[in-house]
Design a protein around this ligand. Structure first.
Ligand code: XLS
Ligand code: NI
Ligand code: NI
Length: 441
């Protein structure tokens, strides 16, 4: 029997409750009311909020100009297994106090990688057993697991796209273990973020061969997991650059095309991250819409970038306008397929109080909740839907309808153009659409 820790890490902070927007309590939700029904589902069901193990329990605030600023009481033990268990205790305390139902991890977030592959395998198995107990005791579930195949120097030239086969095989070994851990913990999904799958310079890169390797690699990962009985989704998390100059999963459209080319479209969906979208020069809502149109809107990694510098700064969401536009697309798409909203975000380097990470997650959840409420009101009570539908009304009947049905050829378009003569301009009314968003916020 595993003895679960009973030390309190976040002292003086209790369960975070919904108190409504009039509350001045910084440690309460103002908009996120888990049991409130919006558009036919509770907020809890819409969002399935998850905590990212890496930022919240492993990130110490280091940046290229200085070391971490956070000292976590769960990092004190010199024994890696004890330290991992202490971290798990802190994690489950935090997730439970937030009232969130899910968490996400990389294998190496859970426990420090060992000097040998065999020792790493046994460490991961040990902490997996411990987490199983923590999940059972708390009811918290695993939204998705993944493997960190980008930090260790062995992956500097990529994992599945490494020019050295032995590195590819090593990544395969590591991912097998991460899939095993995900399955053992009842994980609902498994994520691939191609951290170093891409290139720094095309001069030394055979891109076509690397893409074929990646397609084949994902195929064997899928086949293995399915053979082990894994029923969940696999998610690709597109990102255009950083750490590589060019990453193969550039954006949703690129990743969807890739999956279709390699016959993976039935098992894989998108995990869309706000800051990755903006790094690709897209909006968050553009990426959601692209995935939804392909039937591949799997999950979301919630954060925001800094719109002055453009990097993947992974700040917590607080932009109501942006999130409202995203929630419009989200609601119209019918929500997520199997995924949830994972706060892939970190507090700033100079946010050093234990309460800061609570403020951050409360703010993030409230941003999504307020945006969902607003988007729902826009859809149900404003002229937004009608205005959009009207723009396309020329396709609802007559020749436009025939075109949609594939009944008109180019010569038919030619004769319609001849008959019509010059056309009157149809306004796109963008400013009116923008005003509706503001009116309902
Ligand atoms: C990095 C990614 C990463 C993935 C999981 O930019 O967002 O954190 O979500 O590997
Ligand atoms: Ni990211
Ligand atoms: Ni992410």
């Amino acid at each position: 029997m595993i003895v679960l820790g009973n030390k309190e890490y976040y002292k003086g902070i209790g369960q975070i409750q919904f108190e409504g927007k009039e509350s001045d309590n910084p440690l309460a939700f103002k908009y996120y009311n888990p049991d409130q029904v919006v558009a036919g589902k509770t907020m809890r069901e819409h969002f399935r909020f998850a905590i990212a193990y890496w930022h919240t329990f492993c990130g110490h605030g280091g940046d290229p100009f200085g070391p971490g600023t956070q000292q976590f009481p769960w990092d004190l033990s010199n024994d890696p297994i004890q330290a991992a268990k202490d971290k798990a205790d802190a994690a489950f305390e935090f997730i439970t106090k937030m009232g969130f139902g899910h968490y996400c991890f990389h294998d190496n977030d859970l426990i420090q990688e060992a000097a040998t592959f065999g020792e790493s395998e046994s460490r991961l198995a040990t902490i997996t057993d411990y987490l199983k107990e923590k999940q059972a005791a708390s009811g918290v579930k695993l939204l998705w697991g993944t493997a960190n195949c980008f930090s260790n120097p062995r992956y500097m030239n990529g994992a599945a796209t490494n020019p050295d086969f032995n590195v590819l095989a090593r990544a395969g070994g590591q991912i097998k273990l991460a899939i095993d851990a995900t399955i053992a913990l009842g994980g609902e999904n498994y994520v691939f973020w191609g951290g170093r799958e891409g290139y720094m310079s095309l001069l030394n890169t055979d891109m076509g061969r690397e893409l074929d390797h990646m397609g084949q690699f994902l195929t064997v990962c899928r086949d293995y997991a399915r053979a082990q009985g894994f029923k969940g989704n696999f998610f690709i998390e597109p990102k255009p650059m950083e750490p590589m100059k060019h990453q193969y999963d550039f954006d949703s459209a690129t990743a969807i095309g890739f999956l279709r080319q390699y016959g993976l479209e039935n098992d894989f969906k998108m995990n869309i991250e706000v800051n990755h979208a903006t790094l690709a020069q897209h909006t968050f809502q553009h990426e959601i819409e692209t995935a939804a149109k392909a039937g591949m809107l799997g999950s979301l990694d919630a954060n925001r970038g800094d719109y002055q510098n453009g990097w993947d700064t992974d700040q917590f969401p607080n932009n109501i306008q942006e999130t409202t536009e995203a929630m419009l697309v989200f609601l119209k798409a019918g929500g997520l397929q199997g995924g949830g909203i994972n706060f892939d975000a970190k507090i700033r380097r100079n946010s050093t109080d234990m309460a800061d990470v609570f403020h951050a997650h409360i703010g993030g959840a409230d941003t999504f909740a307020r945006a969902l409420l607003t988007a729902d009101k826009i859809i149900t009570s404003s002229s937004y839907e009608k205005l959009r539908t009207e723009r396309y009304s020329s396709f609802d009947s007559g020749k436009g309808k025939e075109f949609e049905e594939g009944k008109l050829d180019l010569k038919a378009l030619y004769s319609i153009a001849q008959d019509n003569g010059e056309l009157t301009l149809q306004s796109g009314k963008q400013e009116l659409f923008e005003n509706i968003i503001n009116q309902y916020i």
